[in-house]
Write a protein that binds this ligand. Structure first.
Ligand code: NHR
Ligand code: GAR
Length: 209
């Protein structure tokens, strides 16, 4: 086995539980990644606190200080590229990224979205899923392209939807799956079992759970 660690940078906006799931797998040697930095667009992001406690470099780039998305994204690129990551991981990152940003990291930019895409792109997915009375819901890991939540799908996990579910209950059921499939997708990427080519996900081997 090669021991080379995949350098990654994680972008967050809030709680950071997906970041923590990745960190835990990295610390226990299950995921060969070197988390070089965690960047938050919101000074309040709880995840930044956990990253600091783990001795990881953190940055805050507050989007409210920028009138233009393009300028914010260019600053974000500058910070990320200090760390020369091979993968940029969006983990509950809540800002839509410009074409320029997405193109800069094409094939090296992943997101986890709390729905079974292409169903329910965008925000408030759990509430919308309940309203639509779907019988199943879930999470999707995808490569990020300009089309928001429209990039090629890497991995999905389903959960059942029950009669008395609230958006919060459903969100927690989905979140548990997120914590499993995000590290799994990153592992597959680190092992070069999946990659993006001509806008499609190429798989070299089956994904094992
Ligand atoms: N950027 C691009 N270009 N493509 C994608 O697929 C992206 C992306 C940026 C973020 C995550 C996504 C999600 O998983 C993501 C995917 C935020 C919004 C949004 O509307 C939509 C989708 C996602 C993240 N953000 C508002 C905005 O104006 C702000 C909302 C807020 O601050 O609460 O950027 O769901
Ligand atoms: C997760 O459910 C993630 O899928 C979702 O936000 C939550 C973040 O939780 N992402 C989005 O909605 C992106 N727009 P976390 O901060 O605890 O990882």
């Amino acid at each position: 086995m090669s021991t080379k660690l995949l350098p990654i940078v994680v972008l967050i906006s809030g709680r950071g539980s997906n970041f923590l799931a990745i960190l835990e797998q990295a610390q226990t040697g299950k995921l060969p990644v070197d988390i070089r930095a965690v960047i938050g667009n919101n000074p309040q992001a709880q995840g930044l606190f956990y990253a600091q406690q783990a001795g990881i470099n953190t940055h805050i780039l507050d989007h409210r200080q920028y009138k233009q998305r393009q300028i914010f994204d260019r600053e974000l690129i500058k910070i990320i590229d200090i760390y020369t990551p091979d993968l940029v991981v969006l983990a509950g990152f809540m800002r839509i990224l410009t074409l320029e940003f997405v193109q800069h990291y094409i094939g090296k930019l992943m997101n986890i979205h709390p729905s079974l895409l292409p169903k329910f792109p965008g925000l408030n997915t759990h509430q919308r899923a309940l309203k639509a009375k779907v019988y199943e819901h879930g999470a999707t890991v995808h490569f990020v392209t300009e089309e928001v939540d429209g990039g090629p799908i890497i991995l999905q996990a389903k959960v059942p939807v029950y009669k008395n579910d609230t958006p919060e209950i459903l969100a927690n059921r989905v979140l548990e799956k997120e914590h499993k499939i995000y590290p799994q997708a990153i592992l597959a990427f680190a092992k070069k079992e999946i990659y993006l080519k001509d806008g499609q996900v190429i798989r070299t081997t089956p994904l094992v759970k």
